[in-house]
Design a protein around this ligand. Structure first.
Ligand code: NAD
Length: 267
C-alpha cells in the first residue's frame, strides 16, 4: 500500500487513463484512485465498466487511436469535473513477434496508430486544457522495446522509440506552460499483453526461464510499473520533465549474450 503525503496525494486531481481495463493501466487507475484522484477511464474492452465501478470512476469504451474518441474523453472529463490534471496515455498493442521481413503495411499502420499516434492526439487535445490551467502531467507508457531491439516486433519497437522521442518533443512544446510530459519504459510485465507467454511457460514447466536475462531474475507485476506512473504524476516528480523512466529490473543495462532468432524474444 502507498501512503500519500502532501507531495504524493492526488486529492482533488482529475486523471484520464487509457487502456485501463487491464494490466498496467488498471493498476495505475487503482493507485491513482487510492491517492485521491477522480478518474475518467477509457478502453476498447468493455471490461472497463467493471474496473470503473470498483473504483467509483467514470468509464468510456473508446479507441485510443481515434482522434474524435480522444477528443470526446477529454470533453467528458471536463464536463464531469471541469479540469484534467493527469493523463496516463497507456493503451497499447504488441502485434505479435513478426519479423521485419514479414511485417505488412497494415501491421505498421495498426501498431503505430494505437501506440504512437494515440498518445500524440491525446497531447493535442488535453494540451490546451492543461495549458489553460497552468498545470498538468502526461505520462505515456513506452517500453524497453523503444530503447533496444528484441522486446517486440519491429513496428512495436519503432512505435515505442517514437513515443520516447514524442515525450521529449512535447516537453519542449509545452515549455513555460507548467505541463510536464514523461514516459515509463517497462521491461517484461505479467499482463493481458504477455499472458500467452506466461501461460505457455507455465504449461511447459519453464517459468523459471522468464526473466532469466534480468538481474532481478523475474518479470514485473503491473503494480510495480504503476507505482512509477504514480510518482511521475505526483508533485514528488515536480522537476522531472521529458524523461523516459526505465522500470525493467535492470534488463536494459546489458546487451544480450546470445543472438536472437528472427522474430523471437529472449525475455
Ligand atoms: N506487458 C509488458 O510486458 C509491457 C512492457 C512494456 C510496455 N508495455 C506497454 O504497457 C501498456 C499497457 O499494456 P499491458 O501490458 O498492461 O497490456 P494489457 O493488454 O493488459 O492492457 C492493455 C489495455 O489497452 C487496451 N487497448 C489496446 N489498444 C487500445 C485502443 N486502441 N484503444 C483503447 N484501448 C486499447 C486493451 O484493451 C487493454 O485493456 C501498453 O502500451 C504496452 O505496450 C507492456
Amino acid at each position: 500500500m502507498i501512503m500519500a503525503n502532501k507531495e504524493t496525494s492526488l486529492a482533488g486531481r482529475v486523471a484520464i487513463v487509457t487502456g485501463a481495463a487491464s494490466g498496467i493501466g488498471r493498476a495505475t487507475a487503482r493507485l491513482l484512485a487510492a491517492a485521491g484522484a477522480k478518474l475518467v477511464l477509457g478502453d476498447y474492452d468493455d471490461k472497463i465498466h467493471d474496473v470503473a465501478m470498483a473504483l467509483g470512476a467514470d468509464a468510456t469504451v473508446l479507441d485510443a487511436g481515434d482522434e474524435e474518441a480522444v477528443k470526446a474523453i477529454v470533453a467528458r472529463a471536463m464536463a464531469l469535473h471541469g479540469r484534467v490534471d493527469i493523463v496516463h496515455a497507456n493503451a497499447g498493442i504488441l502485434g505479435g513477434m513478426t519479423s521485419l521481413f514479414d511485417h505488412t503495411v497494415d501491421d505498421w499502420t495498426r501498431i503505430l496508430r494505437t501506440n504512437l499516434i494515440g498518445p500524440a492526439i491525446m497531447m493535442k487535445h488535453v494540451g490546451p486544457v492543461m495549458m489553460a490551467q497552468g498545470q498538468g502531467v502526461i505520462v505515456c507508457t513506452a517500453s524497453v522495446a523503444g530503447l533496444r531491439s528484441g522486446a517486440g516486433c519491429p513496428a512495436y519497437s519503432a512505435s515505442k522509440a517514437g513515443l520516447i522521442n514524442l515525450v521529449q518533443v512535447a516537453a519542449q512544446q509545452f515549455s513555460g506552460s507548467g505541463v510536464r510530459v514523461n514516459a515509463v519504459c517497462p521491461g517484461l510485465v505479467e499482463t493481458g499483453m504477455t499472458e500467452a507467454t506466461f501461460t505457455y511457460a507455465r504449461e511447459k514447466g519453464v517459468e523459471n526461464k522468464i526473466g532469466r536475462l534480468n538481474p532481478l531474475r523475474r518479470a514485473a507485476q503491473a503494480e510495480e510499473v504503476a507505482r512509477a506512473v504514480l510518482f511521475l504524476a505526483s508533485d514528488a516528480a515536480s522537476y522531472i520533465n521529458g524523461h523516459a523512466l526505465v522500470v525493467d529490473g535492470g534488463l536494459s543495462t546489458s546487451l544480450p549474450v546470445t543472438r536472437q532468432e528472427t522474430g523471437k524474444t529472449a525475455f
